[in-house]
Design a protein around this ligand. Structure first.
Ligand SMILES: CCCCCCCCCCCCCCCC(=O)SCCNC(=O)CCNC(=O)[C@H](O)C(C)(C)COP(=O)(O)OP(=O)(O)OC[C@H]1O[C@@H](n2cnc3c(N)ncnc32)[C@H](O)[C@@H]1OP(=O)(O)O
Length: 125
């Protein structure tokens, strides 16, 4: 049977009352934390060890994330260097009515580090 390649989010999380303001909209800080979580997860897998965020580009938010939305974070590897990985992290929300909304895209660079926090070569297999 022919396999269809599905786009799989690195992280999927629901916006609950603990993530929103009093008006039911997700706070930017919560979303940034999820973005960093998705990016570092992918970079840790690729580098087979710890990483740190060295640079993040400017963010722009196209739409709000609302209470109850399911938030999907997709990661695309843009550049794999000797010690660093640059990723595009895209955020989409599924509303409770089933509609899908594009929220933001961020470009972030992660550097593989050793136990002392010094940069190290990637160990991608
Ligand atoms: C409204 C709400 C408010 C919210 C507020 C908003 C905040 C928006 C946050 C968003 C979401 C994220 C949230 C992160 C949250 C944290 O993670 S906080 C920051 C945590 N990061 C750190 O602490 C890292 C601190 N920096 C360091 O420790 C050192 O600079 C590093 C990363 C170990 C690099 O050390 P180094 O000696 O420069 O390393 P070096 O061997 O020369 O270079 C290694 C590689 O890094 C690359 N590199 C070095 N510097 C850079 C650079 N600046 N750019 C790109 N690549 C670089 C080099 O090109 C090299 O790559 P390769 O060409 O080999 O692949």
């Amino acid at each position: 049977m022919e396999q269809q390649e599905a786009r799989v989010p690195v992280l999927r999380v629901r916006a609950l009352p603990t993530s929103t303001n009093a008006y039911g909209r997700v706070q930017a800080g919560w979303l940034m934390s999820q973005i960093d979580m998705a990016g570092s997860l992918d970079a840790e897998r690729l580098s087979r060890g710890p990483v740190t965020t060295v640079a993040v580009n400017a963010f722009q938010f196209a739409a709000p994330i609302l209470l109850g939305d399911v938030v999907d974070l997709y990661v695309e590897r843009l550049r794999i260097g000797q010690k660093s990985i640059t990723l595009k992290i895209s955020v989409e929300a599924q509303r409770m009515d089933g509609s899908h909304v594009r929220i933001t895209e961020v470009i972030a660079t992660y550097v593989a580090i050793d136990r002392d926090g010094k940069s190290r070569l990637l160990e991608a297999g």
